[in-house]
Ligand binder design. Structure first.
Ligand SMILES: Cc1ncc(COP(=O)(O)OP(=O)(O)O)c(N)n1
Ligand SMILES: Cc1ncsc1CCOP(=O)(O)O
Ligand SMILES: [Mg+2]
Length: 212
Protein backbone atom coordinates (compact mmCIF):
# COMPACT_ATOMS: atom_id res chain seq x y z
CA UNK A 1 0.00 0.00 0.00
CA UNK A 2 1.34 3.38 -0.97
CA UNK A 3 0.76 6.41 1.19
CA UNK A 4 1.14 10.00 0.04
CA UNK A 5 4.78 9.71 1.09
CA UNK A 6 5.49 6.00 0.56
CA UNK A 7 7.01 4.21 -2.42
CA UNK A 8 4.59 3.71 -5.26
CA UNK A 9 3.32 0.14 -5.49
CA UNK A 10 0.06 -1.58 -6.37
CA UNK A 11 -2.93 -0.53 -8.44
CA UNK A 12 -2.53 2.86 -10.12
CA UNK A 13 -6.10 3.84 -11.02
CA UNK A 14 -6.57 6.27 -13.91
CA UNK A 15 -9.99 7.88 -14.19
CA UNK A 16 -11.83 7.80 -17.49
CA UNK A 17 -13.88 10.99 -17.38
CA UNK A 18 -15.85 12.89 -18.18
CA UNK A 19 -18.49 10.80 -16.42
CA UNK A 20 -21.34 11.88 -14.16
CA UNK A 21 -20.39 9.47 -11.38
CA UNK A 22 -16.66 10.23 -11.50
CA UNK A 23 -16.17 10.83 -7.78
CA UNK A 24 -18.22 7.77 -6.80
CA UNK A 25 -16.31 5.59 -9.25
CA UNK A 26 -12.98 6.86 -7.92
CA UNK A 27 -14.17 6.33 -4.33
CA UNK A 28 -14.95 2.72 -5.24
CA UNK A 29 -11.46 2.27 -6.71
CA UNK A 30 -9.88 3.61 -3.52
CA UNK A 31 -12.15 1.45 -1.35
CA UNK A 32 -10.89 -1.50 -3.38
CA UNK A 33 -7.30 -0.67 -2.50
CA UNK A 34 -5.99 1.54 -5.32
CA UNK A 35 -2.65 3.00 -4.24
CA UNK A 36 -2.61 6.01 -6.55
CA UNK A 37 -5.33 7.87 -8.44
CA UNK A 38 -4.69 9.80 -11.64
CA UNK A 39 -7.18 12.36 -12.95
CA UNK A 40 -7.11 11.98 -16.74
CA UNK A 41 -9.62 14.12 -18.61
CA UNK A 42 -8.77 15.29 -22.10
CA UNK A 43 -11.49 17.95 -22.29
CA UNK A 44 -10.88 21.69 -21.99
CA UNK A 45 -13.73 22.36 -19.58
CA UNK A 46 -11.62 24.24 -17.02
CA UNK A 47 -14.31 24.89 -14.36
CA UNK A 48 -15.43 21.25 -14.33
CA UNK A 49 -11.85 20.00 -14.30
CA UNK A 50 -11.04 22.20 -11.31
CA UNK A 51 -14.18 21.19 -9.41
CA UNK A 52 -13.54 17.50 -10.07
CA UNK A 53 -9.89 17.58 -9.10
CA UNK A 54 -10.72 19.45 -5.91
CA UNK A 55 -13.29 16.79 -5.03
CA UNK A 56 -10.85 14.01 -5.86
CA UNK A 57 -8.07 15.66 -3.88
CA UNK A 58 -10.33 15.70 -0.79
CA UNK A 59 -11.23 12.05 -1.41
CA UNK A 60 -7.59 11.02 -1.83
CA UNK A 61 -6.56 12.91 1.30
CA UNK A 62 -9.13 10.92 3.31
CA UNK A 63 -7.64 7.68 1.93
CA UNK A 64 -4.04 8.91 2.24
CA UNK A 65 -3.52 8.15 -1.43
CA UNK A 66 -1.72 10.53 -3.81
CA UNK A 67 -3.74 12.27 -6.51
CA UNK A 68 -1.80 12.72 -9.75
CA UNK A 69 -3.10 15.07 -12.44
CA UNK A 70 -2.45 14.05 -16.03
CA UNK A 71 -0.83 16.58 -18.38
CA UNK A 72 -1.72 19.79 -16.54
CA UNK A 73 0.79 21.29 -14.10
CA UNK A 74 -1.36 24.36 -13.42
CA UNK A 75 -4.34 22.21 -12.51
CA UNK A 76 -2.21 20.07 -10.21
CA UNK A 77 -1.12 23.23 -8.44
CA UNK A 78 -4.64 24.67 -8.27
CA UNK A 79 -6.24 21.58 -6.73
CA UNK A 80 -3.37 20.74 -4.37
CA UNK A 81 -2.64 17.40 -6.00
CA UNK A 82 0.38 15.35 -4.94
CA UNK A 83 1.82 15.45 -8.43
CA UNK A 84 1.54 15.32 -12.17
CA UNK A 85 2.04 12.78 -14.97
CA UNK A 86 3.82 14.01 -18.09
CA UNK A 87 4.26 12.57 -21.56
CA UNK A 88 6.14 13.72 -24.63
CA UNK A 89 3.47 16.29 -25.57
CA UNK A 90 3.33 17.81 -22.10
CA UNK A 91 5.42 20.23 -20.04
CA UNK A 92 8.92 19.03 -19.21
CA UNK A 93 9.51 17.42 -15.81
CA UNK A 94 11.94 20.26 -15.03
CA UNK A 95 9.20 22.86 -15.58
CA UNK A 96 6.81 20.84 -13.43
CA UNK A 97 9.40 20.49 -10.65
CA UNK A 98 10.00 24.24 -10.66
CA UNK A 99 6.25 24.91 -10.37
CA UNK A 100 5.25 22.13 -7.94
CA UNK A 101 8.28 21.87 -5.70
CA UNK A 102 10.63 19.22 -4.42
CA UNK A 103 7.95 17.13 -2.68
CA UNK A 104 5.73 16.76 -5.74
CA UNK A 105 5.46 13.36 -7.42
CA UNK A 106 6.47 13.74 -11.05
CA UNK A 107 5.81 10.74 -13.26
CA UNK A 108 7.08 10.44 -16.81
CA UNK A 109 5.90 8.35 -19.76
CA UNK A 110 8.79 6.44 -21.30
CA UNK A 111 6.68 4.47 -23.82
CA UNK A 112 9.05 1.84 -25.27
CA UNK A 113 12.25 3.84 -24.72
CA UNK A 114 14.96 2.85 -22.26
CA UNK A 115 16.90 5.98 -23.29
CA UNK A 116 14.01 8.22 -22.29
CA UNK A 117 13.82 6.37 -18.98
CA UNK A 118 17.55 6.78 -18.36
CA UNK A 119 17.34 10.48 -19.15
CA UNK A 120 14.40 11.26 -16.87
CA UNK A 121 15.61 9.02 -14.07
CA UNK A 122 18.79 11.13 -14.01
CA UNK A 123 16.73 14.32 -14.32
CA UNK A 124 14.72 13.67 -11.16
CA UNK A 125 11.54 11.84 -12.16
CA UNK A 126 9.79 10.04 -9.28
CA UNK A 127 8.51 7.12 -11.33
CA UNK A 128 8.85 5.83 -14.88
CA UNK A 129 5.87 4.56 -16.88
CA UNK A 130 6.17 2.13 -19.79
CA UNK A 131 3.62 0.84 -22.28
CA UNK A 132 1.36 0.04 -23.91
CA UNK A 133 1.99 -3.60 -23.07
CA UNK A 134 -1.30 -4.87 -24.51
CA UNK A 135 -3.91 -3.53 -26.93
CA UNK A 136 -5.51 -0.61 -25.14
CA UNK A 137 -9.22 0.09 -25.54
CA UNK A 138 -8.57 3.65 -24.32
CA UNK A 139 -5.59 4.38 -26.56
CA UNK A 140 -5.64 1.93 -29.48
CA UNK A 141 -2.69 3.55 -31.28
CA UNK A 142 -0.38 3.72 -28.29
CA UNK A 143 3.24 2.67 -28.83
CA UNK A 144 3.95 -0.94 -27.88
CA UNK A 145 6.36 -1.96 -25.11
CA UNK A 146 7.67 -5.38 -24.04
CA UNK A 147 8.24 -6.68 -20.49
CA UNK A 148 11.98 -6.80 -21.18
CA UNK A 149 12.03 -3.01 -20.80
CA UNK A 150 10.84 -3.36 -17.22
CA UNK A 151 13.68 -5.75 -16.44
CA UNK A 152 16.18 -3.29 -17.93
CA UNK A 153 14.68 -0.25 -16.21
CA UNK A 154 15.04 -1.87 -12.75
CA UNK A 155 18.62 -0.59 -12.88
CA UNK A 156 17.39 2.99 -12.47
CA UNK A 157 16.11 2.29 -8.96
CA UNK A 158 12.79 4.12 -9.44
CA UNK A 159 9.25 2.73 -9.19
CA UNK A 160 8.15 1.35 -12.57
CA UNK A 161 4.56 1.68 -13.78
CA UNK A 162 3.14 -0.51 -16.55
CA UNK A 163 0.19 0.69 -18.65
CA UNK A 164 -1.90 -0.31 -21.63
CA UNK A 165 -4.63 -2.93 -21.90
CA UNK A 166 -3.87 -4.37 -18.48
CA UNK A 167 -6.41 -6.80 -17.02
CA UNK A 168 -6.45 -9.13 -14.02
CA UNK A 169 -5.46 -11.93 -16.35
CA UNK A 170 -2.38 -10.35 -17.93
CA UNK A 171 -1.02 -8.21 -15.06
CA UNK A 172 0.94 -10.96 -13.33
CA UNK A 173 3.56 -11.20 -16.09
CA UNK A 174 4.26 -7.47 -15.83
CA UNK A 175 4.62 -7.59 -12.06
CA UNK A 176 6.97 -10.56 -12.39
CA UNK A 177 8.99 -8.57 -14.95
CA UNK A 178 9.41 -5.72 -12.46
CA UNK A 179 6.36 -3.47 -12.57
CA UNK A 180 5.83 -1.90 -9.14
CA UNK A 181 2.39 -0.67 -10.18
CA UNK A 182 -0.11 -1.37 -12.94
CA UNK A 183 -1.98 1.61 -14.37
CA UNK A 184 -5.47 0.68 -15.47
CA UNK A 185 -8.41 2.49 -17.04
CA UNK A 186 -10.85 0.19 -18.92
CA UNK A 187 -10.53 -2.98 -16.86
CA UNK A 188 -11.14 -0.92 -13.73
CA UNK A 189 -13.51 1.94 -14.53
CA UNK A 190 -15.33 -0.06 -17.19
CA UNK A 191 -16.13 -2.81 -14.66
CA UNK A 192 -19.68 -3.18 -13.34
CA UNK A 193 -18.29 -3.36 -9.79
CA UNK A 194 -15.31 -0.97 -9.69
CA UNK A 195 -14.52 -1.74 -6.07
CA UNK A 196 -14.36 -5.49 -6.67
CA UNK A 197 -12.21 -4.96 -9.78
CA UNK A 198 -9.83 -2.75 -7.79
CA UNK A 199 -9.62 -5.36 -5.05
CA UNK A 200 -8.66 -8.06 -7.53
CA UNK A 201 -5.87 -5.89 -8.95
CA UNK A 202 -4.68 -4.89 -5.48
CA UNK A 203 -4.62 -8.51 -4.35
CA UNK A 204 -2.05 -9.24 -7.05
CA UNK A 205 0.37 -7.14 -4.97
CA UNK A 206 -0.79 -7.92 -1.46
CA UNK A 207 -2.99 -11.03 -1.37
CA UNK A 208 -3.46 -10.82 2.41
CA UNK A 209 -4.91 -7.29 2.37
CA UNK A 210 -8.52 -8.31 1.70
CA UNK A 211 -8.47 -10.81 4.59
CA UNK A 212 -7.34 -8.24 7.16
C1 LIG B 1 0.80 6.18 -15.39
C2 LIG B 1 0.66 6.71 -16.78
N1 LIG B 1 1.47 6.23 -17.73
C3 LIG B 1 1.38 6.70 -18.99
C4 LIG B 1 0.44 7.67 -19.29
C5 LIG B 1 0.37 8.25 -20.69
O1 LIG B 1 0.79 9.62 -20.72
P1 LIG B 1 0.90 10.37 -22.13
O2 LIG B 1 1.84 9.64 -23.00
O3 LIG B 1 1.18 11.80 -21.88
O4 LIG B 1 -0.54 10.20 -22.75
P2 LIG B 1 -1.94 10.78 -22.19
O5 LIG B 1 -2.36 9.93 -21.03
O6 LIG B 1 -1.74 12.19 -21.80
O7 LIG B 1 -2.87 10.59 -23.34
C6 LIG B 1 -0.38 8.14 -18.26
N2 LIG B 1 -1.32 9.08 -18.48
N3 LIG B 1 -0.25 7.66 -17.02
C1 LIG C 1 -2.90 6.58 -21.38
C2 LIG C 1 -2.31 5.38 -22.02
N1 LIG C 1 -1.03 5.37 -22.47
C3 LIG C 1 -0.68 4.20 -23.02
S1 LIG C 1 -1.96 3.09 -23.01
C4 LIG C 1 -2.98 4.21 -22.22
C5 LIG C 1 -4.39 3.91 -21.87
C6 LIG C 1 -4.54 2.84 -20.82
O1 LIG C 1 -5.89 2.54 -20.66
P1 LIG C 1 -6.45 1.05 -20.67
O2 LIG C 1 -6.18 0.49 -19.30
O3 LIG C 1 -7.92 1.22 -20.93
O4 LIG C 1 -5.76 0.30 -21.76
MG1 LIG D 1 0.00 13.38 -21.47
Amino acid sequence: MTSTSGRLRGLYAISDGPRADLVDACAAALAGGASVLQYRDKTTDAPRRLAETRALQALCARHRVPLIVNDDVDLALACGAAGVHLGEDDATPATARARLGARAIIGVSCYDSIERARHYAAAGADYLAFGAFFASPTKPHARVATPRLLREAKAFGLPLVAIGGITHDNARGLIDAGADAVAVISALFGARDVRAAARRFSDLFDPDASRR
